[in-house]
Design a protein around this ligand. Structure first.
Ligand code: LMR
Length: 398
């Protein structure tokens, strides 16, 4: 039966890594997959993670099953990180957090859970959104529609158009929002905009669904959670998918969480039983290691402080690289204004060049980026930024 299957093209994001590896050009630059890199182009294991792993290795006494929700201690600490321990939704026990195989696992479980509660639900996603949102949510059988988000001309959120479309969304449907560090465009909602969407959700009855894959990469752990915490306080129901891939650098360990805010503690108990049955029916229970490391870090003041410092270092390096790229583009004679790169947030921005120009960067300059012109800012370094800026300017002049 398998002979009828047709070969598929490589994943638009992950496929870039293989092409980059195979390239022998010494000047090659990888701005593709969204992973943090240091000045040497490495993605090292964080020191706090290494220390937590050693401590955990010495204390782990069993490999017995962890169960569909994951470890209770890890879930509480993750919930506190996202919402804050004294958040009213947390203290009134209306939030349930489970451990998931990364942010992707969380999104897929959430989609299956929504399908269970309301099969005809539509999920509204931003245009553009992270490419993998569509299969992760759509393959669960939910309808996906888009709302306007990024304006390629102003290089900012087109909030009026966004609100106009969201004004048509009602009860039973969901609106997927990026908690911070929008992937792929880097243009985030400001506080007033979060407040306005919250008011609209209350008025029209749609359920917000927040993907928070980059907490701590924008302005800080608490600052980046502003939208999540506001909505959790105001709206009756909320879904939050979170990831520990970027902020703890645990990519391959697949550590993430799914938090659902319910209208009442009684609903939370009913909902949780359904959520766990979804998990049992897909992968039974999450992997342990990554979340155990997160738990070990968050349970220790010393390791938490160490992690905060390392997270701040990553965040500040990305901010500095944003300013550096803009400055180099000006120096190399770019005719258009790239100041937006400096003001956007998180790992990604669109260069705003067309597909043909992207292909020229890939083919002629060995600079790897997603077709949409999304670049991973963390792939820039002091050593490659001149070549990168020169190449972008050269491609724009053609
Ligand atoms: C990205 O957007 O590059 C990352 O989230 C990695 C991925 O899985 O696509």
């Amino acid at each position: 039966m398998f002979e009828i299957l047709k070969a598929l093209p490589a994943d638009p994001i992950l496929g870039l890594s293989a092409a980059f590896k195979a390239d022998t050009n010494a000047k090659k630059i990888d701005l593709g997959v969204g992973v943090y890199k240091d000045e040497q182009g490495n993605t090292p294991v964080l020191k706090a993670v290494k220390q937590a792993e050693l401590a955990y290795f010495n204390s782990e006494s069993s490999k017995v099953y962890i169960g569909p929700p994951g470890a209770a201690g890890a879930n509480t600490l993750l919930q506190n990180l996202i919402f804050g321990a004294s958040h009213p939704a947390v203290t009134s026990t209306r939030v349930r957090t489970i451990q998931t195989p990364g942010g992707c696992g969380s999104l897929r479980v959430a989609a299956e859970f929504i399908k269970k509660a309301n099969p005809p639900a539509t999920i509204w996603v931003s245009d553009p959104t992270w490419a993998n949102h569509i299969p992760l949510l759509g393959n669960a059988g939910l309808t996906i529609k888009t709302y306007p988000y990024y304006d390629a001309t102003t290089r900012a959120v087109n909030f009026n158009a966004m609100m106009e479309t969201l004004g048509t969304v009602g009860k039973g449907d969901l609106v997927l929002l990026h908690g911070c560090c929008h992937n792929p465009c880097g243009a985030d909602l400001n506080r007033e905009q979060w407040q306005a969407i919250t008011e609209l959700a209350l008025k029209n009855g749609f359920t917000p669904f927040i993907d928070m894959a980059y907490q701590g990469f924008g302005e800080g752990l608490d600052e980046d959670a502003y939208g999540v915490r506001l909505m959790a306080e105001k709206v009756p129901e909320l879904i939050v998918s979170s990831s520990c891939s970027k902020n703890f650098g645990l990519y391959r360990e697949r550590a993430g969480g799914l938090s659902i805010v319910y209208q009442s503690a009684a609903d939370a108990d009913k909902g949780q039983s359904n959520l766990l049955s979804v998990v049992r029916g897909i992968y039974s229970m999450p992997p342990n290691h990554g979340s155990a490391i997160v738990e070990t870090i968050l349970a220790s003041t010393e390791l938490t402080n160490m992690w905060h410092d390392e997270l701040a270092e990553m965040r500040n390096r990305i901010k500095a690289l944003r300013a550096l790229l803009n400055q180099k583009l000006i120096e190399k004679g770019a005719q258009q204004d790239f100041g937006f790169i400096e003001h956007q947030s998180g790992m990604f921005s669109f260069l705003g060049i067309n597909k043909d120009q992207v292909q020229q960067l890939v083919q002629n300059y060995s600079i790897y980026l997603v077709d949409s012109s999304r670049i991973n800012i963390a792939g820039i370094s002091q050593a490659n930024v001149d070549y990168l800026a020169e190449s972008i300017v050269a491609v724009l002049k053609k």
